[in-house]
Design a protein around this ligand. Structure first.
Ligand code: APR
Length: 232
């Protein structure tokens, strides 16, 4: 039974109404990434960074933001596929979970988690966060979004490396191929691994894949999952 790994990026959530990072204007919700998604930005202007992530976190509670057909197709695939199946996501939203996926690795953290700066422990959190937020355990320490910022080490890398080195099918969905290490994951798979990219356009790494399927993920991923299960 083939072992399948799916890497997802902001493009899979675009059809749910969440903005991707590198839009046509090069800005993320009106900000340069360095203004809001680096440890330096947090040190320089914590209020702006807290506020930025508060808005992103609040968006997840907006009833208009729902998992789309691509998230659902992957969740259904996982339920019906008897082999090994894992999603590695760069996304900090919770749409894979809400669609029903179970084997999910959040390599860039999660909007609905906050982290204690002193102990590193993280906590589920749906509300706003700022300097005045009481620590869930009463510790006298600051809290930050549990997000991997530029310049920081992605989470769960040992597990990711092990999964990639042993997978037979690698699907890369809605990611620009600009941000490492995720952009290099396709090269961490073994030579015999079948590699498919799903995007609305070619990316700088398209040629490494056996196939690039152009179109919105909500359509292309749904079709691919259906075809794979019916031909196996
Ligand atoms: N279906 C498929 N792909 C899409 C869709 C769609 N409906 N809409 C956009 N895309 C593609 C874009 O063409 C682009 O290649 O999704 C990709 C999104 O790229 P980015 O915005 O760069 O997002 P991502 O690759 O996830 O960014 C990686 O960078 O900012 C950091 O930590 C952040 O996790 C993020 C990482």
């Amino acid at each position: 039974m083939q072992k399948i790994i799916v890497l997802t990026g902001a493009g899979i959530s675009a059809d749910s109404g969440l903005k991707t990072f590198r839009g046509a204007d090069g800005l993320w919700e009106g900000h340069h990434i360095e203004e809001v998604a680096t440890p330096e930005a947090f040190a320089r202007n914590p209020r702006l960074v807290y506020e930025f992530y508060n808005l992103r976190r609040a968006q997840l509670l907006d009833p208009a933001i729902q998992p789309n057909a691509a998230h659902k197709a992957l969740a259904e695939f996982e339920k019906s596929y008897p082999g090994s199946f894992h999603i590695i996501t760069q996304n900090v939203d919770n749409l894979h979970e809400r669609a029903g996926s179970e084997n999910i690795i959040h390599m860039h953290g999660e909007l609905q988690k906050i982290r204690c700066l002193q102990t590193g422990e993280s906590f589920f959190w749906q509300d706003d966060l700022d300097e005045t937020t009481p620590h869930p355990k009463g510790i006298h320490s600051s809290l930050r979004p549990d997000i991997v910022w530029f310049g920081e080490m992605p989470m769960h890398m040992a597990e990711i490396e092990e999964l990639l080195s042993d997978c037979d099918v690698f699907l890369s969905i809605g990611t620009s191929g600009n941000v490492y290490p995720a952009a290099g994951f396709v090269n961490w798979t073994k030579g015999s691994c079948y590699k498919v990219e799903f995007n609305t356009e070619e990316t700088p790494i398209s040629e490494i894949f056996d196939r690039t399927i152009i179109g919105p993920a909500a359509k292309t991923v749904t079709e691919w999952c259906r075809d794979f299960l019916t031909t196996k």
